[in-house]
Design a binder for this molecule. Structure first.
Ligand code: PEP
Ligand code: MG
Length: 300
């Protein structure tokens, strides 16, 4: 069917029956910004900041973060740039931060580590508050399990904003949203009225649902980021988020794989964050699907 489908430009794609799908970029390395065409994306849906830092000193280097956030905002123009706060622990460690057995996938990871080491959170909050004055910046919190974690982080942002204001610095309070990657959070989205938006992290959601580590090849047969249980939770989450009138999307890797797009469309998702090298395939796959995920042309 490939030849007949009409492809959209820019950060939008349309299904065969006209549903609008927003496509944002996943950026792991700021060097990608120089080579990826911003006009193919509706901004950045996930900027992973743990790869911007190589040492604890880097993580505490406000100016280093600041330069990269400003560059990402420049790249995106008026489009949203969703910057995720450090997701250290689990599979992403720095010498001296994360990597102890207590920082494993089930331990002090993501927002848990940030709240346990508030000096890290404070540096990043200050940088985000400063950069937010220059573009459409949103903050994404990793590994949120309970609503209190968002309140605690917002308090840090408010304290740092007050301090920056006292110093006469220009700031803006960004929207603060959450990764949906812990089953407890995915099952209770209606309790997160304090989140501005939701983003499914299916890479982790799948490992926690299946009790099968994403890092263990021995259980790779059980670890399936697109398992039916994951899709069922996504569908539930979309329904809840729509009822709460809050944006919901996905930044897990499954959205970069055209084979999984039918299930994601069927679950009701309309905002996908995609690895830049997969954008053309994702765009053309969406153009050949209906909004319920079924193919445009029935074959039997
Ligand atoms: C995820 O868990 O799906 C995700 C996008 O985050 P990460 O892979 O960085 O844990
Ligand atoms: Mg994750």
């Amino acid at each position: 069917t490939g030849a007949a489908v009409k492809l959209d430009a820019g950060g939008l794609a349309h299904t065969i029956d006209g549903a609008e799908i927003r496509l944002s970029a996943i950026i792991n390395d700021p060097a990608e910004l120089a080579v990826v065409d911003a006009s193919s994306f509706a901004g950045i849906g996930l900027l992973r900041t743990e790869f911007l830092v190589a040492s604890p000193a880097d993580a505490l280097n406000e100016e280093k973060h600041y330069a990269i956030y400003r560059e990402a905002l420049r790249w995106a123009g008026a489009a949203p740039v969703t910057i995720r706060m450090l997701d250290l622990g689990g599979d992403k460690t720095l010498p001296g931060i994360g990597g102890k057995s207590s920082d494993s996938f089930m331990g002090l990871r993501g927002v848990r580590l940030l709240l346990a080491r508030p000096e890290l959170a404070r540096v990043q909050a200050r940088t985000l508050l400063r950069a937010a004055a220059y573009g459409n910046l949103e903050v994404l919190l990793p590994m949120i399990t309970v609503p209190d974690e968002i309140d605690a982080m917002r308090e840090i942002f408010e304290e740092e904003a007050a301090d920056l204001l006292r110093r006469g610095m220009q700031t803006r309070m960004p929207e603060i949203g959450m990764m949906v990657e812990v089953p407890a959070a995915a099952l209770t989205l209606d309790g997160f009225s304090n989140a501005a938006f939701f983003s499914f992290g299916t890479n982790d959601l799948a490992q926690y649902l299946m009790a099968a580590s994403r890092a263990s090849s021995a259980v790779a047969g059980l670890y399936d980021a697109a398992a039916p249980v994951v899709c069922r939770l996504i569908a539930q989450g979309v329904e809840r988020a729509n009822a709460m009138k809050k944006p919901i999307g996905i930044c897990g890797e499954m959205a970069s794989d055209p084979r999984h797009l039918p299930a994601l469309l069927a679950a009701g998702l309309r905002h996908f964050s995609v690895a830049p090298n997969c954008i053309a395939d994702v765009r053309s796959a969406i153009a050949g699907l209906r909004s319920d995920g079924l193919p445009a042309v029935e074959r039997n």
